[in-house]
Design a protein around this ligand. Structure first.
Ligand SMILES: [Zn+2]
Length: 189
């Protein structure tokens, strides 16, 4: 949940070594999942060729949440341009801020039902997010275990090769030893 609660990563696109920050790339996908999980944030459009496309507002530095784009395009923009400044509450992507929840408590007595709906909606959204994160983490764990297995197999193979090399070297040594000794023996006889 760290990517969701601590949004410093949004400003750390590039590492000090000039390469992409892996955290940024990972969290970027989580952000897009988040945006696409919120119906209110997704715009369904039919192209002139009759194809249905689902678009969200692009929060990149250039588009500034003004233009809608496909997931691939937004992804590309956010890698290239980074996020627009001060976009810490993802209001254009379905997020209702904690600040707003606080404010709405003032009107609770006046419109309790609306607030309940709001609370339920918010809670449901958080639950959905949590479920999704658990799923993602499970997938990652499986991937990690598979990689570990692969690594162990490679290591075992390397060890075998190394063992063989050692045996070969020893054998070579023995053969050389024998070859050196045989002529001496034969000339002596
Ligand atoms: Zn953009």
């Amino acid at each position: 949940m760290e990517w969701f609660t601590d949004r410093q990563w949004m400003k750390k696109k590039i590492n000090s070594d000039g390469y992409y920050n892996m955290k940024y790339c990972e969290n970027l996908n989580l952000f897009l999942d988040f945006a696409y999980s919120n119906e209110t944030a997704v715009d369904r459009r039919v192209t002139k060729h009759g194809r249905i496309v689902y678009e969200i507002k692009c929060p990149c530095f250039k588009c500034q949440n003004v233009f809608y784009s496909s997931r691939e395009k937004v992804h590309k923009h956010l890698l290239k341009n980074g996020f627009m400044d001060n976009y810490t509450t993802w209001h254009a992507h379905g997020e209702t801020s904690i600040h707003e929840v606080g404010q709405s408590s003032n009107t609770m007595e006046v419109d309790a039902d609306a607030d309940d709906d709001y609370d339920n909606g918010y809670r449901r959204m958080v639950q959905q997010m949590k479920d999704k994160i658990v799923r993602l983490e499970e997938e990652k764990e499986i991937e990690r275990l598979e990689k570990e297995k692969e690594r162990a197999e490679k290591l075992a193979m390397m060890e075998q090769i190394e063992e063989n090399t050692v045996t070969n070297a020893q054998m070579k040594h023995q053969i050389e030893f024998l070859l050196k000794n045989i002529p001496k023996n034969s000339s002596a006889s």
